[in-house]
Design a protein around this ligand. Sequence first.
Ligand code: FAD
Length: 517
Amino acid sequence: EVVKHSFHSPNSARKILVAENDTKKSVDGILKDLDIKGSIDYGVTAISLGSRDFGGLYSEKPLAVISPAGADDVGQVIRHALQSPTLTVAARGNGHSVNGQAMAHLGLVIDMKSMADNKKIDVNVNYMYVDVGGGTLWGDVLKHCVSEYGLAPKSWTDYLDLTVGGTLSNAGVSGQAFRFGPQTSSVTELEVVTGNGEKIVCSNSQNSELFFSVLGGLGQFGIITRARVLLQPAPDMVRWIRVVYSEFEDFTHDAELLITSQETFNYVEGFVFVNSDDPVTGWPSVPLNSNQSFDPTLLPKKTGPVLYYLELVLHYNNHDDPSTLNMMVEKLLGKLKYLEHFRFETNLTYMDFLLRVDHVEEAARGSGIWATPHPWLNMFISKKDIDAFNRIVLQNILKSGVNGPILTYPLLRSKWDNRSSVVLPQDEIFYLVALLRFTHTHPKESEIKQMVAQNQEVVQTCIKNGFDFKLYFPHYESTVEWKRHFGDQWERFVDRKRQFDPKAILAPGQKIFTRNH
Ligand code: FAD
């Protein structure tokens, strides 16, 4: 179902309208005495914000959008919702979900990004951590910590206009995760308002069941109002390198070597690109500078429909001796089997590197494709199945690309805490696969439908071939599918729900549980 709301028949639309009015009336009474320091907005602009996300495939109108002053407001809102038989509450980070996960049909959307408390970003230099509001953007955390203290969190996402609470509710991965685990692995304390309306501070040693429930918990157990994130010294600069492979075997061999070696890069990611001159998905997408070029005549004769590159980063400081840095780069690259003539590199500041996707966003906003739908698919696949996945999916189903980046890189299961709510494939080494699709500027509905259908084909292919995989940012509509997703962790997830949000008030857009009285 693409663009869900446009598929209602006139009759069902009328029924929904009547139901909306009834609910609104009964809820108006409850909201009337909601006393918060922040604001409640019923206006068209706020409702439109609450009913949109980056995916652009789903739209659910909330009754109101709330801008909280802080955790106490969040608690008031949840306790109010508990008094109604039907109201739900969705924390909205920056709405960068792709399947309506931060929406609440006729419920209350809490716009966490606007939370007044987010302005406090408290760095503790002695203990090397930062306390940040749940709606703070990671980009703001970066800028504050680096420019004021020369410190930075250890683990990132590729793009930083995401909120702390939003990524911690999933995992938060990028090229540093092979070393430090996902972002959820470098959080030592959370302040959470549960679905029972209680504000609780939790950590590994204090209210630990809540702490691990919430990490990777898809917003099901509580709203993160503050997080304590570990810091490390930030380097001044990075050497940013891309090396190309025509053989998947060499690509995965080298990627796995790098993520399991003691002496290695600070960041390791991998990408798939099309063997063509397409500016978005082909050869021109690989070089890092406009003065570098990709010469396809130098590729081996038997190169297939897709190629691969590793993206690598080494940190350094301004006072480091350049020859030592160069020696280290050569030593690390010397172990790899990438194609001769296909090495691209550049130097830039650490902050510019971490903010690198801003340029992509700017360009996409300029051409209008930031606002069009994004049927993205993210998954984790066990190492044992990645060769077959490459043959069947990457080299066949996706051989023409996805009109956007395709990422694939290995991660280490032992860096993830299995007490968190995230579920992973079985192998110690598993691959992230991300299909980051963009549409054309004025997409027809058929184009979007095709993209959604191809995602479904990929998932079905994985199921049919018995691949060991899990969706990252999972999206399912039925309990059977959710049970399959969680596997032997389903009972734990349900128990956690019973304990921390028994009325299923929170994050209804995930469609895991149904609101009850
Ligand atoms: P939202 O989409 O607003 O919310 C996500 C879910 O979390 C919802 O269910 C919501 O109800 C819940 N939630 C939000 N805030 C809170 C809170 N404070 N407490 C409890 N629950 C909450 N992810 C990666 O791991 N790595 C990447 O490199 C990466 N790159 C991305 C690049 C782009 C351009 C985009 C659009 C997304 C990317 N993501 C990446 C995905 C991103 O992590 C998810 O979209 C995630 O949901 C965070 O987005 P958000 O803060 O906007 O949260």
